[in-house]
Design a protein around this ligand. Structure first.
Ligand SMILES: Nc1ncnc2c1ncn2[C@@H]1O[C@H](COP(=O)(O)OP(=O)(O)O)[C@@H](O)[C@H]1O
Ligand SMILES: [Mg+2]
Length: 245
């Protein structure tokens, strides 16, 4: 399998504080990682650098940000350059919705962003799986709860996977019920079966993801990332999960 992304000598600082120190790692096609590390060490920042580039907007949010090194995509482009186009399905930690759009319109906009049409059948399937089909043509504002909004964001990104081999997720399970966390896990397994080249990096403090083979673990000692085996606790396999909400 080929390269999906490669970090080369990536160093990230916030003023004097070094978050990442000359990190080198490769994510190959088909790799599926859960990214683990303490709060505040820069997991979200790294995902934003990969998915959005080292933009002015990012620098305005992360005061004192300086970045060196490269993040190469499969074509050898440097993703740190915000102008480089990228086909990444990215579930961000804090999605700011266009609240006057309907659920369907949010999903349509997401698909258009990657140059594909909305797959209506798949949207219906995903909405039904998460139990929010009745919200399809309702506006986000006044109709969609915070947790449901998170689900809409996830669905809008799963739809992008028709045109993307890279799924990057930043704590997607926050605000989801246990049942919908399992729905999410099962949907990921379906996507992997459909597209074995799909690579996944997912920040999550939940340890139940049985799609993940390895963990990317932040190491405080050398401000780097190491790979370890990922151990999932088996609660999603419990046949009595239906009693959980
Ligand atoms: N909105 C913000 N304003 C100022 N500094 C921030 C903000 N968000 C994050 N930071 C700084 O960036 C560091 C890394 O944050 P982040 O990438 O969100 O961490 P993680 O995702 O690992 O919890 C934080 O420790 C904090 O110092
Ligand atoms: Mg974070």
């Amino acid at each position: 399998m080929g390269r999906q992304i490669e970090l080369k000598d990536l160093t990230v600082r916030l003023n004097e504080r070094v978050l990442y120190d000359k990190v080198n790692l490769t994510v190959a096609e088909g790799d599926r990682f859960v990214f683990l590390g303490p709060n505040g060490i820069g997991k979200s920042l790294l995902l934003e650098l990969i998915c959005l580039g080292n933009s002015r907007e990012l620098a305005s949010r992360y005061k004192g940000l300086s970045v060196s090194g490269t993040i190469l995509d499969s074509d050898g482009n440097d993703l740190l350059n915000p102008a480089v186009s990228r086909k990444i399905a990215y579930v961000s930690q804090n999605e700011d919705f266009y609240k006057n759009k309907t659920v369907r319109e949010v999903c349509q906009t997401s698909c258009n962003g990657i140059g594909i049409d909305l797959n209506e059948d798949k949207l219906d399937y995903l909405l039904r799986a998460f139990g929010i089909f009745d919200k399809k043509n309702q506006k986000i504002k006044n109709n969609v709860s915070f947790g449901e909004g998170k689900i809409v964001h996830i669905i809008s990104r799963i739809l992008k996977l028709e045109a993307s081999n890279l799924f990057i997720l930043d704590e997607p399970l926050n605000h989801l019920s246990f049942k919908n966390s399992k729905v999410f896990n099962d949907l990921i397994l379906e996507e992997i079966q459909r597209n074995p080249k799909l690579s996944i990096i997912m920040v999550s403090h939940c340890r139940a993801m049985n799609f993940a083979e390895k963990a990317m673990v932040y190491t405080t000692e050398n401000r780097g990332i190491v790979f370890r085996k990922y151990y999932s606790y088996d609660c999603f396999s419990n046949s009595e999960y239906a009693e959980c909400f």
